[in-house]
Design a protein around this ligand. Structure first.
Ligand code: PLP
Length: 407
């Protein structure tokens, strides 16, 4: 079949899934809108500040908004977080003390978290160097071993790390109902163990967020879903007040916590991006469903399948050869609004073990809520496709990649 005909067929088949995505987007839009109405967001909150920035109303209102939307006690939302990893590491270093134990319940964590933890391989300044013990509960067929939780979590475990998204792996992302079961299983063994969710790529994919189903604290990046494509940089932490407070002492300094920190640049972008985030996340999800439909019809293994439930915005496609992985990424780059003329090359990215190739012709550098494709150069040469500020763009670039691989 011609690719153009295949495209129409894939769109037709995707309709019921698109409808479900629209329903989730509507529910989350109402959630964000109501928080903005209730907390009386106004023009005055969009002004930047300087110096210590005590009493910065832009920063304070934004953090109230995040806390409300996530149904959490407290939030720390800062452009001073350089990335999602920084926010996640701030939680871990904020809560854990020498001799404490951290357990990952979702197998091997995301690559950049491994250098933070420092157990898989040597890394300077890691939790390991500070005397934090670490253990992992391996996944079984890509799923969390719920029954194994009672063996791996002990009275001594201080923090359970739970990664919502698949990251660079073929495991399944967690659905909110999975997070609920995992948190309950942890609390049955040790009610004091902190349940900490790496929420990257999961925001607004479902109508609930992890705090609502038993997570104590969560963190993520502002240049993924929740920044709505407009946030220029930053990260967030939301959760139990005492835990967010501990994290704030690690971000700034003991005694200072969250009371300082200037709203630099244009704080409006963080508000406006948050407002757009449910819709932008839906655009990205539609792009992922389309890519899964098209590439599975072309004979590739896709995770998830076009018909599967989705817990994050990532679409993995097994491309099988390094040549196809590189060609796919180059096509996505070529059909990007920024740097379309560049040809991505595999490189040794800091924090990652294998060489990685990345296509990201984005307005915000490295923003993976904008259409991007990447993958480590290791078998089975999965490409991880995510983002897309508009479905129309995602579809155009995905079609170009398909043409490239089929010719
Ligand atoms: C993106 C991501 C992170 C953090 O990555 P940064 O590039 O530092 O923002 C952590 N965990 C997962 C699962 C992610 O997808």
């Amino acid at each position: 079949m011609r690719l153009a005909d295949l495209k129409q067929q894939v769109i037709e088949e995707a309709k019921p899934y698109f409808q479900r995505i629209d329903e989730v987007s509507e529910s989350n839009t109402v959630k964000v809108l109501n928080a903005m109405r209730q907390l009386k967001v106004s023009d005055a909150h969009f002004k930047s500040s300087t110096g210590y920035a005590y009493g910065d109303i832009s920063r304070e209102k934004l953090e109230e908004l995040y806390a409300t939307i996530f149904k959490a006690e407290r939030a720390l939302v800062r452009t001073q977080f350089v990335s999602g990893t920084h926010a996640l590491a701030t939680v871990l270093f904020g809560i854990l003390r020498p001799g404490d134990e951290l357990v990952s319940l979702t197998g091997e964590p995301y690559d950049t978290m491994q250098t933070v933890i420092g157990h898989a391989h040597e890394s300077k300044g890691s939790l390991k160097e500070f005397g934090v013990d670490y253990r992992e509960l391996p996944l079984i067929d890509g799923k969390v071993d719920i029954d194994g939780i009672s063996n791996v979590i002990t009275a001594k475990t201080k923090v359970a790390l739970i990664q919502r998204s698949r990251g660079y792996s073929m495991r399944d992302p967690l659905m909110i109902e999975d997070i609920e079961k995992i948190c309950a299983a942890v609390k049955r063994v040790n009610p004091n163990c902190v349940t900490f969710i790496d929420n990257c790529y999961g925001e607004f994919v479902e109508v609930q967020e992890p705090i609502e189903v038993g997570a104590d604290i969560i963190a993520g990046s502002l240049i993924k879903n929740i920044g709505g494509g407009l946030a220029p940089t930053g990260g967030y932490i939301v959760g139990r007040s005492d835990l967010v407070e501990l994290a704030s002492y690690r971000l700034t300094a003991p005694g200072m916590g969250d009371e300082l920190g200037a709203s630099l640049g244009d704080p409006r972008l963080l508000y406006q991006g948050l407002f757009l985030a449910p819709h932008v996340t839906a655009q990205a999800l539609k792009g992922a469903v389309f890519a899964a439909g098209l590439f599975s019809r072309l004979g590739y293994n896709t995770h998830p399948l076009p018909t599967d439930k989705r817990g994050d915005i990532i679409q993995a496609i097994e491309l099988k050869t390094p040549e196809k992985l590189i060609a796919f990424c180059r096509a996505i780059q070529k059909y990007s609004p920024v740097d379309s003329f560049a040809a991505p090359e595999p490189w040794d990215m800091p924090g990652y073990e294998d060489q990685v190739i990345m296509a990201a012709g984005t307005f915000v550098q490295g923003a993976s809520i904008e259409l991007s494709a990447d993958g480590p150069l290791r078998p089975p040469y999965n490409v991880y496709l995510q983002g897309g500020l508009t479905f129309e763009h995602a579809m155009t670039a995905i079609m170009a990649a398909a043409e490239e691989l089929e010719n």
